[in-house]
Ligand binder design. Structure first.
Ligand SMILES: Nc1nc2c(ncn2[C@@H]2O[C@H](COP(=O)(O)OP(=O)(O)OP(=O)(O)O)[C@@H](O)[C@H]2O)c(=O)[nH]1
Length: 348
C-alpha cells in the first residue's frame, strides 16, 4: 500500500456484520498488518451498550474514538461525521469504522459518503463479516433480523465468511452459494478467526482512491437506495431525508434489537454463571462483559455469540467495573433480571 500524500483524501474502511460475527477480531488483524507495514490507521468504534469493552492493545498506538450507547447509522450519524473530521486532523493513512452489529449497512455507507462532503475522506471499502452458523440460524428465525443481514451482504464490497471452524463442508458450500446469490460482485473469502491475507488487506485501500458510492454499491448488487431502506420512502432526492431517516431508523432498525447493561455488585459463582448463559433464550444473540468470579483468581472477559462462549482471563484487571451487556431481539428485561437475580448485581 502506498502511504497517503498530504492533502489527499483518506480512505474509510467500514467494518460491518451482524452481532458477534468477528468484526473486532478482523479489526485486530488489520491493525497488526498496518503496524507491521508502517501504515498509520485511526479507528472509530461504535457500541450499542454504554461501556466500550473491545480494547485495542495499547502497543499498537492507534488513535481510537469510541461512540457509545447509540448507532452511527442513525442516532449518532452526526457524531460519526464529527469524529471523521477530527481524525483527519491527525492525518491517518486509513480510517477504520467498526459499526455496531445492529447497524443498517447502507445507511452507514451513505453517512460516510455524506461526511466525505465535509472532510477529506472517501469510502474505500465496505466489509461485511458473516458468522456462517449465525446466518443459517437466523434464516430460520426473525425475518427483520435476517433482512438486516441480507442488506449487509448485498452492500458489501468485501465479504468475509467467518467462523469456518463452526461449519460442516456442506454448510460452507450452501453459504458460499447464498452469499454469491445475494451479492455476485463483492470479493468473497472464508476465514477462521477473521484471519485474512496481507494482499486482501492491501486491496481494501489500494484502489484508485476513488470513492465507492452507495449508488454504485447498490447498483452493482441490484438494489436501489430506496429499496434498501426498510421504511420504503424514496430518500434519494428528499430534502427532509435526515429527519425522516432518523425517525425511521429509531422505529425500524433498532427497536427490534435491544441492549441491556447489567452491573454485578458481587462476584458470581462460575458454575451458576455458565448455567445462566446456557439457559439464555435463542433471541439473545450476544453477551459481552467483564466479570469477577468468587471461585477463580482473575477477572474474565466474556464473549458470547450465538450460544458459543469464550472466557478470557484479564490480567491486570482494567479500571472498568464488572459489567454484562446483553443484545438481542425483543427479549424480556424482567425475565433476564430474574435469571440474574441469583447471581447478584443491578440492572441498568
Ligand atoms: N469459533 C469461532 N469463534 C470466533 C471466530 N472469529 C471470532 N470468534 C469469536 O466470536 C466472538 C465475537 O467476536 P468479535 O470479533 O468480538 O465479534 P464482533 O462482530 O466484533 O462483535 P460485536 O461488535 O459485538 O457485534 C469472540 O468470542 C471471538 O473470539 C471464528 O472464526 N470461530
Amino acid at each position: 500500500m502506498v502511504r497517503r500524500k498530504a492533502g489527499h483524501s483518506i480512505p474509510v474502511v467500514v467494518l460491518g456484520g451482524f452481532l458477534g460475527s468477528g468484526k473486532t477480531t478482523l479489526l485486530a488483524s488489520l491493525l497488526t498488518f498496518y503496524k507491521k507495514n508502517g501504515i498509520k490507521p485511526a479507528v472509530i468504534m461504535n457500541e450499542l451498550g454504554d461501556v466500550g469493552l473491545d480494547e485495542i492493545p495499547s502497543q499498537l498506538d492507534v488513535p481510537v474514538r469510541e461512540l457509545l450507547s447509540g448507532c452511527i447509522c442513525c442516532t449518532m450519524k452526526a457524531d460519526l461525521a464529527g469524529e471523521l473530521m477530527m481524525l483527519t486532523n491527525q492525518q491517518p493513512d486509513v480510517i477504520l469504522v467498526e459499526a455496531t452489529g445492529a447497524a443498517n449497512p447502507l445507511e452507514l455507507i451513505e453517512n460516510v459518503m455524506e461526511a466525505s462532503m465535509l472532510s477529506p475522506v472517501h469510502l474505500g471499502a465496505a466489509i461485511t463479516v458473516v458468522d456462517g452458523a449465525g446466518l443459517l440460524q437466523l434464516r430460520k428465525g426473525s425475518r427483520r433480523t435476517y433482512r438486516l443481514l441480507e442488506d449487509g451482504i448485498r452492500c458489501a464490497t468485501h465479504l468475509v465468511l467467518n467462523k469456518r471452524d463452526r461449519l460442516y463442508p456442506e454448510e460452507m458450500v450452501e453459504l458460499q452459494q447464498l452469499l454469491r446469490e445475494l451479492n455476485p460482485h463483492a470479493s468473497l473469502i472464508s476465514t477462521e478467526r477473521s484471519s485474512v491475507e496481507d494482499s486482501w488487506i492491501s486491496s481494501l485501500t489500494s484502489g484508485s482512491g476513488k470513492a465507492v458510492t452507495p449508488e454504485e454499491v447498490s447498483a452493482q448488487n441490484r438494489i436501489m437506495p430506496d429499496q434498501a431502506c426498510d421504511c420504503g420512502l424514496d430518500h434519494s432526492h428528499d430534502e427532509h431525508h435526515e429527519h425522516k431517516h432518523e425517525h425511521h431508523e429509531h422505529h425500524e432498525h433498532h427497536e427490534h434489537l435491544m441492549a441491556v447493561s447489567y452491573y454485578p455488585d458481587q462476584p458470581f459463582d462460575s458454575d451458576l454463571f455458565e448455567q445462566m448463559l446456557r439457559s439464555l433464550p435463542d433471541h439473545i444473540y450476544r453477551v459481552k462483559g467483564l466479570v469477577t468470579f468468587s471461585d477463580t483468581s482473575s477477572r474474565y472477559q466474556i464473549q458470547y455469540a450465538f450460544k458459543e462462549t469464550d472466557f478470557m482471563p484479564v490480567m491486570p484487571a482494567p479500571e472498568v467495573p464488572d459489567v454484562l451487556i446483553f443484545i438481542g431481539e425483543h427479549f424480556s428485561r424482567e425475565e433476564l433480571l430474574r435469571s440474574l437475580a441469583g447471581l447478584g448485581g443491578n440492572l441498568n
